[in-house]
Ligand binder design. Structure first.
Ligand SMILES: NC(=O)c1ccc[n+]([C@@H]2O[C@H](COP(=O)([O-])OP(=O)(O)OC[C@H]3O[C@@H](n4cnc5c(N)ncnc54)[C@H](O)[C@@H]3O)[C@@H](O)[C@H]2O)c1
Length: 306
């Protein structure tokens, strides 16, 4: 059993806590939050956990994994403080500075403690289904990808690029296993927000794979739609759909029409898959998904787009 300390019990922290609690391999030892209201909620949700307001109260030797779910600007200093002695899971984005990400990766290497980031789509059944199709070229070469990710809470700790585009950039790096050759962005403040709330991105990958992304906090309707255009089919992935998330429109021969295939995909909650991945990584002392500079590449692309 591994002991966990969760720092930050606002919106996302409780979801992480629920998934660690549901695992047979983790025990929630501490919950830390600087807000009294959120601390009392943590106490009523997890009466056996030690609930404190300051992270310095954590006895590092009693904890195997530190989970950081506080506002983005705090990620670096918290991760730096714990990575020397503990494995660390940080919420996305790891940091808004490439220099800071490099420093954290170095500490992790020196201390031999694992650094994980919650990029949830890397652990989703739909994205892993699509990854296999891309790899096997089941419908021929991939030509174009479009992503529409609209409506999300307006954040004060980072702009829409660091909040929403990080999902698209992380899943693209995971799916295509390469960095883009060219990136371009248009950013807008459409609703009197201090930070950019809408972004249009274009990324070009090898073999002229073009990617078009729209990310916006401002939308009356929640949209989470990815479209993959292959030579022989167009795949729609709608994360809002509860069950039938993927629809594949396969081009008919000598016709402009399509046959539709709706595949069965793994619907396990991505956070639960992430928790299992962390447990196995700690046991095996390896971090397969995050090797090959995943965090550095994602941050580098986001810095350029920003
Ligand atoms: N993976 C995802 O899909 C996803 C979704 C939502 C949020 N997030 C990420 O999770 C992180 C937190 O976002 P949120 O929406 O839960 O924010 P939030 O503001 O709802 O919660 C943050 C919590 O951290 C606490 N906190 C702030 N400073 C602290 C400190 N110094 N010490 C202890 N506690 C402190 C606050 O009191 C609050 O309870 C962000 O990085 C965000 O990008 C990820």
């Amino acid at each position: 059993m591994y002991n966990v300390a969760i720092i930050g019990y606002g919106y996302w922290g409780p979801k992480l806590a629920r998934n660690f609690q549901n695992s047979n391999y983790f025990n929630i030892k501490y919950i830390i939050d600087s807000s009294k209201k959120n601390l009392s909620k943590a106490k009523s949700d997890y009466p056996l956990a030690k609930v404190i307001s300051n992270y310095k109260g954590i006895k590092k030797n009693l904890v195997d994994l530190i989970v950081i779910a506080t506002p983005t600007k705090t990620h670096y200093s918290f991760a730096k403080y714990f990575l020397k002695t503990n494995h660390v899971l940080v919420e996305k984005p790891l940091s808004m500075s490439l220099t800071e990400v490099k420093k954290l990766e170095n500490i992790s290497k020196l201390s031999k403690k694992l650094l994980f980031v919650d990029y949830p789509f890397l652990f989703s059944g739909s994205i892993n289904y699509i990854k296999k199709i891309v790899k096997k070229k089941k419908y021929g070469d991939l030509v174009e990808i479009e992503s529409f990710r609209e409506q999300a809470p307006i954040r004060k700790d980072c702009n829409v690029l660091w909040d929403l585009s990080v999902h698209d950039i992380s899943l693209l790096n995971y799916l295509l296993e390469q960095n883009p050759i060219r990136v371009n962005s248009i950013k807008n403040k459409t609703s009197g927000n201090k930070l950019h709330d809408t972004a249009y991105l274009n990324l070009v990958y090898k073999k002229k794979i073009n990617v078009f992304i729209k990310n916006s906090w401002i939308s009356p309707i929640k949209i989470r739609l990815l479209k993959f255009k292959f030579k022989k089919a167009i795949l729609y992935c709608d994360e809002n759909e509860p069950i039938y998330k993927i629809k594949i429109f396969i081009k008919k021969k000598k016709s402009s029409q399509y046959n539709i295939k709706i595949p069965e995909i793994d619907l396990t909650e991505p956070l639960s898959v992430l928790v299992s991945y962390i447990q196995k990584s700690i046991v095996n002392k390896s971090n397969k998904i995050f090797k090959n500079n995943l965090n550095l590449n994602i941050t580098k692309i986001l810095e350029k787009l920003n």
